[in-house]
Design a protein around this ligand. Sequence first.
Ligand code: R5P
Length: 294
Amino acid sequence: MSNTVVLGGTNSKELAKKVARKINAEYGKLHTDKFPDGETYLKLPFPVQGKKAIIVEGMHPNPNEALIETIFAARTARELGAKDVVLVAPYLAYLRQDKRFHPLECWSNRIMAALLHFADRIIVVDPHIQRIPNLQSIFKIPAKQITANKLIAEYIQKNIPDPVILGPDEESYQWAEEIAETIRIEATVLRKKRYTSRHVVIKLKRDLSLKNKNVVIVDDIISSGHTMIEVIKQAKKQKAKTITCIAVHGIFAENALSKLKKAGATRIITTNTVVNTTSKIDVSPVIAEELREE
Ligand code: R5P
């Protein structure tokens, strides 16, 4: 892929470098700075004329900054003659505001998608798909969703003996069931009722026994951590042997990581779509695989 360059954004430098190495592309970091008034300055690391430019930028932390960086980079690469501009969003922000929950609210996911149309296409790792049929339904450019599920399944197989896989809510079946299937066990998806962003109630099924089991709770995102904490409480009540929380994207808002540890999680594991101390699963292999297939 010698005619291909990978440009790493502020949040995803290391991941972008790994992807570049895997697809034998030249790597460069997007140079960003702040003007004195707080506006974003951006410069490409080298010319991209006639090249395929792959921009890798996860949208956490600082989602608004990351979004601007991605838009500026895509448009600049296009203006400077890149023959193809591909966005890779290891974590794509604003997907959870996927409807107008209350009158007069901004329906953010579609607006965010429209802002990325300077690129030719976008690849997203495990987008949060809840009330939309798929990622493509909000994008006008081709949008491909890829998943870290097989990498998470491999991690569980290597590190957790006889796991019991739990998905905390109906949406988590996309992750929990596929991961469990790869390990050739069954997943149990629980029922969750969310009252506010900080108040959720989760019910365990009556016939589910977790006593002395290695419980693995799998979800796409840990944000406030309340979803995981509710399941941890139930697993502790049932005297589970160990409790591992695994998510693709570790947002850990409002000190969620220490809250999860305090609640009794034995281990907390995430991928490197968002960089954290918990990022033990590297998603560069699935991104590179997708880019090689294009
Ligand atoms: C919701 O449908 C998602 O799959 C996650 O369960 C949710 O976003 C986690 O949020 P929190 O950590 O704030 O409970």
